[in-house]
Write a protein that binds this ligand. Sequence first.
Ligand SMILES: Nc1ncnc2c1ncn2[C@@H]1O[C@H](COP(=O)(O)OP(=O)(O)O)[C@@H](O)[C@H]1O
Ligand SMILES: [Mg+2]
Length: 361
Amino acid sequence: MSTTTNGTNARKSATAPIAVYHEHPDWFRPLFAELERRGLPYERLDAAAHAFDPAETALPYGLVFNRASPSAYLRGHAQSTFYTLHWLRHVERLGVPVVNGSGVYALELSKATQLDLLTELGLPFPRSRVINAPSEAVRAARALRYPVLVKANVGGSGAGITRYDSEDALAAAVAAGDVSLGVDGTALVQEAAPLRGGHITRVETLGGKYLYAIDVYPAVGSFDLCPADACQTTSGVELVRGACAVDAPRTGLRVEGTTPPAEIVAQVERIAQRAGLDVGGIEYLVDDRDGQHYFYDVNALSNFVADAPNVVGFDPWVKLVDYLEARSRSFAPDAPRSTLAPSDAWLSAERGASSALGAPV
Ligand SMILES: Nc1ncnc2c1ncn2[C@@H]1O[C@H](COP(=O)(O)OP(=O)(O)O)[C@@H](O)[C@H]1O
Ligand SMILES: [Mg+2]
């Protein structure tokens, strides 16, 4: 009998589609193209208009790939931000494998919790305070060096980040009601570092391992560093932006491939593995004042750089789909369900009900 069962599982898992849960209309076009090229069945699920039955006991997917973005509220899709967390917990309860599940997504939703993770790993990040009222900002910044950034805890694409060069400027903004804390009423006050070389570095990981890295040169005055929006290499070569709307504005963002020092790559892999990040990018900067590196952003929704073969020499979408295929195939639909939460995610593994967002797991 067990042979028959295994055979049934193998057949089911070979045909069960990969569900790609997302709300951004353009970012995943290269993913769908690669899935189609291989003839892999997939289904797009709209994270901005979705419903589920908490009493259901099965889902018709071989894998769920979570591509919801914390910046959804910028596109009028704020409803997906916290709903996604609830749905992912439901999917995990049903035993369907999830790429970037609820624990990782909760980490992505909290820059404050990302800094806690870095603290636990003993890794450097810009000095910061976390506040839940604008009236706390000036006092919080007194423990830091100006200039400071006030960053919404739920970030994404540079949204909700403002720089203040002095206490007077910050106090005036607070008095004018101009300091807003974002969708969860929480913000970081963080030292703004002068960027050595004028760039930050974004290191992409897949399955907890280094994939590639790019230096990203922000457009002047911009905090939006979405690499899929980049339009030029540093040598001025125009990039094909396959994940952008055709009429997307040219952002002035410039990128180039790089290889970080081995020590930093090892630290990035530790972050990714501790976080249970299946695919994602970790950003760091080198502070021009002391020459040290500081991590400041852990992204589960990693958009690969535009025109990657031109920038990093290979197509990361191919490797990503290799990974999805492997995860999907290893799914046995009739395997026993053992957990309510993913066992590999930092937020749920050891912290249980005290995890991010204060919500019971
Ligand atoms: N502490 C900092 N010092 C200097 N620049 C920063 C700092 N933190 C963020 N930035 C700049 O702002 C951009 C967006 O910040 P980040 O924390 O990554 O937010 P998001 O989640 O929106 O990507 C960074 O890529 C970097 O260019
Ligand atoms: Mg970032």
